[in-house]
Design a protein around this ligand. Structure first.
Ligand SMILES: *[C@@H]1O[C@H](CO)[C@@H](O)[C@H](O)[C@H]1NC(C)=O
Ligand SMILES: *[C@@H]1O[C@H](CO)[C@@H](O)[C@H](O)[C@H]1NC(C)=O
Ligand SMILES: *[C@@H]1O[C@H](CO)[C@@H](O)[C@H](O)[C@H]1NC(C)=O
Ligand SMILES: *[C@@H]1O[C@H](CO)[C@@H](O)[C@H](O)[C@H]1NC(C)=O
Ligand SMILES: *[C@@H]1O[C@H](CO)[C@@H](O)[C@H](O)[C@H]1NC(C)=O
Ligand SMILES: *[C@@H]1O[C@H](CO)[C@@H](O)[C@H](O)[C@H]1NC(C)=O
Ligand SMILES: *[C@@H]1O[C@H](CO)[C@@H](O)[C@H](O)[C@H]1NC(C)=O
Ligand SMILES: *[C@@H]1O[C@H](CO)[C@@H](O)[C@H](O)[C@H]1NC(C)=O
Ligand SMILES: *[C@@H]1O[C@H](CO)[C@@H](O)[C@H](O)[C@H]1NC(C)=O
Ligand SMILES: *[C@@H]1O[C@H](CO)[C@@H](O)[C@H](O)[C@H]1NC(C)=O
Ligand SMILES: *[C@@H]1O[C@H](CO)[C@@H](O)[C@H](O)[C@H]1NC(C)=O
Ligand SMILES: *[C@@H]1O[C@H](CO)[C@@H](O)[C@H](O)[C@H]1NC(C)=O
Length: 447
């Protein structure tokens, strides 16, 4: 039918009729959309709204029948069936509880409540949301247990309940969420052990249970998580050894096990089997033995932070090959063995052109500070050598470390004068030269 270029009266009226039909059709379509918008979803939202006691941004005032609920703020619906597929109320500072009616939003795939103040328990009814793929409840005030029923949400890819007040055990049933890529349970008050069933989540890439009260050992089964990039299990009160199989997960980028009771050595091949490591945090454990030379094979390592252990021997010179290294934290170990040349490795560290923090305090270093420290990267801003038996003069070449903010030389055996050249360090904010102070390495942070 070619109407556009036609000028006959018949053609004109046919054209008008067609437009009329099209108009009617679109009116009918939008009316049915309102009529069939699922009432269960609407009711669930209204009940959800009722359980909110404080809404500082007034966002839920707009949840009223002047417009269809699919147009309410924070809601996304499927086009065809007008069913709710996403509820995103992130960072609205809502106070209240999560209504059990939420379990009736049976088409929902994504639920984002990060950064509110939801109190009370997570309702068991979330287990009915069998299409749910994304659940973010981070940074609320939820308490009680992690509902076992969550394990019915078998399509979940991302589960974040970090930074709440959750208590009780990590349900072993979570191991059935085999599509999970992200599992964040950190910063709660969870107790008991890490269930071995979590080793069944073969898609898992990011796992954090840091900052809880977990005890027991790390299950061997976690070594089956061959896609892990983030493994964060400390602070907690875990003990025993790290299963060897975990050092075989070559995808690992972020390995964080600090403030536990691990009593173990590091495998000599760690940098070969974990070649992609970016950050290692293993402080405040009971690791002993030497620092493996092979860390140098993890060529993208930025942070090696292992204070508060019982490492002995020499710091491997091979660390100087790590061109990305920014932070070397080895405070409060037994490194150096009181050998006269125990600080010679510092020369190799001057090759690390992005170095920012070097902390060698509270060890067994003896001898003089090599004058090669003048060649440290100008990016260095914290240098801690306190609490050793370092002797000789304070080298005047520290003047070349022009961006130093903190210099810790205290509790050593330095003699002679304080070099006037220290006055050239324009950015220096803290200089420790005292004989007895005991300071905490825990305050050292990488910016
Ligand atoms: C709305 O959805 C519920 C649950 O999926 C269903 O039982 C009910 O029949 C639906 N109602 C309408 C009007 O579509
Ligand atoms: C209902 O929501 C609309 C926005 O969708 C808003 O402009 C209106 O003020 C709301 N009505 C009430 C009574 O809160
Ligand atoms: C929720 O909304 C915020 C802000 O618009 C956005 O940054 C975030 O990605 C959204 N969440 C999801 C799951 O899409
Ligand atoms: C929705 O959920 C509530 C509470 O979980 C329940 O009482 C109610 O009957 C459910 N069904 C509908 C259709 O609203
Ligand atoms: C827990 O989840 C199951 C499976 O979806 C569901 O049948 C059950 O009703 C849920 N429990 C509650 C209390 O909603
Ligand atoms: C965590 O739980 C323990 C024992 O259940 C309790 O003593 C402690 O105060 C709790 N910590 C926090 C931060 O709630
Ligand atoms: C999951 O892991 C547990 C413990 O590791 C094991 O007993 C169970 O058989 C595994 N389940 C599946 C479905 O693989
Ligand atoms: C950690 O566990 C040990 C036993 O392994 C126990 O003696 C200690 O009190 C626990 N520490 C904390 C802070 O819970
Ligand atoms: C680590 O991987 C190597 C080769 O991929 C394998 O031979 C070895 O058995 C594995 N070790 C553990 C403890 O999984
Ligand atoms: C480490 O464990 C061994 C036994 O496995 C024990 O003899 C030793 O005392 C422990 N070391 C520390 C520091 O707890
Ligand atoms: C590991 O690094 C050392 C230098 O520290 C180097 O000699 C060796 O060839 C590297 N090994 C591999 C497998 O890259
Ligand atoms: C240290 O800085 C001085 C100038 O302040 C310069 O003359 C000297 O060459 C520098 N030494 C090294 C080793 O970079």
């Amino acid at each position: 039918m070619k109407l556009q270029n036609s000028t006959s009266p018949f053609a004109f009226w046919s054209k008008m009729f067609l437009i009329y039909v099209m108009l009617l059709y679109s009116v009918a379509k939008s009316t049915t959309a309102i009529a069939t918008g699922n009432d269960t979803d609407r009711l669930a939202l209204l009940k959800f709204k009722e359980s909110i006691s404080h809404d500082p941004h007034g966002i839920l005032h707009m949840w009223n029948d002047s417009v269809h609920f699919c147009s309410w703020p924070g809601i996304a619906c499927s086009r065809r069936h007008q069913r709710i597929t996403a509820l995103n109320l992130s960072d609205y500072s809502l106070h209240g509880t999560i209504s059990p009616y939420i379990g009736n939003l049976s088409f929902i795939r994504s639920l984002d409540f990060i950064g509110n103040s939801f109190l009370g328990k997570m309702p068991q009814q979330v287990g009915r949301l069998f299409r749910l793929q994304y659940l973010d409840l981070n940074g609320n005030m939820l308490e009680g247990n992690i509902p076992v029923n969550l394990s019915y949400c078998s399509h979940l890819r991302m589960l974040d309940v970090g930074k709440n007040r959750l208590t009780g055990l990590i349900p072993r049933e979570l191991g059935s969420l085999v599509k999970l890529k992200v599992l964040y349970l950190h910063s709660n008050n969870l107790t008991g052990g890490i269930p071995s069933s979590l080793g069944n989540i073969s898609s898992l890439e990011q796992f954090s249970v840091a900052l809880n009260n977990l005890i027991g050992s790390v299950p061997d089964e976690l070594g089956r998580l061959k896609r892990l990039t983030l493994f964060a299990i400390g602070p907690n009160n875990l003990s025993g050894t790290i299963p060897f199989s975990i050092y075989n997960i070559s995808s690992m980028l972020f390995f964080s096990i600090p403030v536990n009771q691990f009593n173990d050595t590091l495998p000599p091949t760690i940098g070969l089997t974990l070649p992609n490591l970016r950050r290692v945090h293993a402080g405040d454990n009971k690791f002993y033995g030497i620092i493996p030379r092979s860390f140098s094979n993890a060529s993208q390592l930025r942070v090696l932070d292992m204070p508060g252990n019982n490492f002995v021997g020499q710091v491997p010179e091979s660390l100087g090959m790590l061109r990305a290294l920014r932070w070397l934290g080895l405070s409060t170990n037994s490194l150096g063995n009181y050998l006269p040349n125990g600080l010679d490795f510092i020369t190799s560290l001057t090759n690390c052109s992005r170095m920012q923090i070097v902390d060698l305090s509270n060890n067994k270093f003896r001898g003089v500070v090599p004058s090669s420290i003048a060649n440290f990267s100008p990016t260095l801003y914290n240098l801690y050598l306190g609490g050793n038996q370092i002797s000789g003069n304070i080298p005047s070449v520290v003047e070349n470390l022009t961006n130093l903010i903190t210099l810790g030389l205290d509790q050593n055996l330095f003699t002679g004068v304080i070099p006037a050249s220290l006055g050239k360090l324009k950015k220096l904010q803290a200089l420790y030269l005292d004989a007895r102070r005991k300071y905490s390495y825990k305050n050292h942070r990488l910016s």
